[in-house]
Design a protein around this ligand. Structure first.
Ligand code: SF4
Length: 365
């Protein structure tokens, strides 16, 4: 493919032109456009809108399990047999203290995630109080909440308490949705996003890739989020959690994951595209390349599964020459991680000399 093609793709995206479905299909297939020029084109778009910043999110699982819904990918669903630590709502004191810890670790946005179908009036009142407490201490830091379905009234109350962003993922396309959940609909999800938008709250909404959907489903989600002008888009790759209804990722290779991230960037050029859950396991040795289309990631793992160590993630950001969006400097964060870095075998660690078993594995003693 002529190199000017990739420049044209980047330019189209930057000026806001929607990429047609046929080109999107080719972006996702691995036999049309070469990966590295494609990643570079997505990086041109990222650089135009987001520079070299990386926005760090730290998720707080504020209430684990006991969910009456049956989202097939979720370890907290009533239908899941996954072995997780269940607990009810954390106290406000615990949540505020964990917000302090998250911001000290460089988080730009603190994401509080509550299991359940949706937020009752009582839940909205409690969350509003908690948001006010955190905002009183950290007026310049952002808060995101994920609390299932939310009404317009609920969204207005959360906004007036100081909520910056509401997370509610589309997860998959409208047509594929019945394959991943039967207790609520795609339309319910859209309505929650519209409620948040009408209240002036930024939207955080994304996808889980690898649940058996087609390439066209991926394209439709990216385009739907474009039409909703979602400010923040987590692109997750199905995490194989034993006991979940959907526990076997389908069609995910490191190259495909990168192509998906590029597609989301081309179709949602100004958005904070996040390489979400599953990045370590599915991108593997290609993980750092995700930072070229994506401009955000999670630190400290996901809702119920661990991710890579903070030291390794921060080192990856630093090594690739990116900066974090935080009032804490990346170098200072790295300096606090020396022990972790040493055990992870980074170059600051002392070299370990090979022993005879490493040097002469065939030697019979
Ligand atoms: S509503 Fe949320 S917590 Fe409940 S099963 Fe679905 S994703 Fe999991």
């Amino acid at each position: 493919m002529d190199l000017t093609f990739y420049d044209e793709l980047a330019n189209k995206s930057i000026v806001g032109e929607e990429i047609d479905d046929a080109t999107c299909q080719k972006i996702l297939a691995n036999d049309h456009f070469e990966l590295l020029p494609l990643v570079n084109a997505a990086y041109q778009v990222r650089k135009h809108f987001r520079g070299r910043e990386v926005v760090i999110h730290i998720i707080n699982n504020a209430q684990n399990g006991h969910c009456p819904e049956d989202c097939h990918y979720c370890a907290q669903a009533k239908s899941s047999q996954a072995n997780i630590e269940e607990y009810g709502l954390k106290s406000d004191e615990e949540m505020v203290e964990e917000a302090r810890q998250a911001y000290a670790k460089g988080a730009y946005r603190y994401c509080m995630v509550y299991a359940g179908r949706g937020a009752s009036a009582q839940r909205i009142e409690r969350l509003s109080g908690l948001i006010r407490k955190i905002k009183a201490e950290y007026p310049n830091h952002e808060i995101c909440i994920s609390t299932g379905l939310v009404t317009v009234q609920g969204a207005i109350e959360l906004k007036s308490a100081g909520l910056d962003q509401l997370n509610h993922n589309l997860n998959t396309s409208e047509a594929f949705y019945p394959n991943i959940c039967t207790t609520h609909t795609f339309a319910d999800r859209i309505n929650t996003l519209l409620a948040a938008r009408s209240a002036g709250i930024h939207l955080c909404s994304g996808m889980i890739v690898g649940m058996g959907e087609s390439h066209q489903d991926v394209i439709e989600v990216a385009k739907r989020l474009r039409s909703l002008k979602a400010e923040s888009i987590p692109v997750n790759f199905l995490v194989p959690i034993e006991g979940n209804q959907l526990s076997v990722p389908q069609g995910l290779t490191p190259e495909f994951c990168l192509r998906v991230l590029c597609l989301f960037r081309f179709l949602n050029p100004p958005a904070e595209i996040r390489v979400g859950a599953g990045r370590e396991g599915h991108l593997r040795s290609m993980e750092v390349l995700a930072l070229y289309p994506a401009s955000s990631l999670f630190l400290q793992g996901y809702l119920n599964t661990k991710g890579s160590s903070n030291a390794r993630t921060l080192r990856m950001i630093k090594d690739a020459g990116f900066e974090i969006k935080s009032d804490v400097h990346l170098d200072d964060l790295l300096a606090c991680q020396s022990e972790d870095i040493a055990t992870a075998g980074f170059h600051e660690a002392k070299a370990v000399v090979k022993d005879l078993k490493d040097l002469r594995p065939a030697l019979k003693v």
